[in-house]
Design a protein around this ligand. Sequence first.
Ligand code: SAH
Length: 356
Amino acid sequence: MEDRIQLLGLDAAALERFVTQDLGESRFRAKQIREWLNRGADIDGMTNLSAPLRARLKAVAVANPVRVLEGFKSKLDETEKLLYALEDGNLIEGVVMRYHHGDTLCVSTQVGCRMGCAFCASTLDGRVRDLTAGEILGQVAAANRHIRAQDPSRRIHNIVLMGSGEPLDNYDNVVRFLRLVNAEDGLNISLRNVSLSTCGLVPRMYDFANEGLPVTLSLSLHAPNDVIRRQIMPVANAYPYGEVLQACRNYVEKTGRRVIFEYALIRNLNSDVKHAEELARRLRGLQCHVNLIPLNDVKERHLEAPSRQAVEAFLKRLELKNISATVRREMGADIEGACGQLRRRVLADRDRPGKP
Ligand code: SAH
């Protein structure tokens, strides 16, 4: 792997140490470099540094280890899917969703994923590697630069860790990223505007509750009980349903923030009103909200969404039982918005004979 330093992954103290000790430059230079990093600039673009200094910097460091290769705009809404390249040639993807209150970016935390959920495209080829904190932050900086080029008033306001990978399976880098993105001299994004989605790695959920980070926790539940959950999520074999909910209760108690449950509705599996009844019973008394997601069909898996009427009936039943719930608005349906789909298609196209 690339061994140049990822400047974006350094906090204020580490960047200052690097600039003053390794480069022998003044602290003021560290401040200038930080300003460029926040704007997503590369080293060549740091025009208030001298050319020799830029050359020295380039020999040992990269500014942003993430580059936008291509953007794919939805014709249905203002969603844009981004394909990024990493320094080692790996590809990852992200989505920018434009809402009236600002732009939301979906970021990845690993190349691929090893959790094995049956409906998810990210996990089909397993985990390739973890992303560094600088690479997770790099997605935000690169996306900012990309959307600003379209409209200078735009910037990423909200972040969801819902791209490829399991954030709590790359715990240290993810926590470092959260502190970096929140830093006053960095992108200064409030952690109240950040959501982290996990498939439910229970011990790490307890650790995360103790970090003192006011991040919204989303839990990928997708079932009303363990029998069904184990059919689609291997992680359910390691951590039983009751323990996952207990870890969620702990998160609510520690952080004072409600937990969001994600529930992908899958035809003939978890989408009957009796499942809604059972789910409501399990969640009673928990400060939460349920996000219903009609499954994004993944053709490799032969799983599909239920009818629109079934989705409505499921929602109605939860509401009747006083569980706060919404159906997630489908965005970017035409641009392979679901996790891992774009990267897979690009990799498949690359491998096809006759392609460069
Ligand atoms: N590993 C984390 C975050 C990544 S996925 C997690 O499991 O939560 C973000 C969300 O998209 C998860 O809730 C995941 O279960 C869901 N998801 C993945 N593939 C999907 C599909 N084909 N249709 C609907 N939701 C899907």
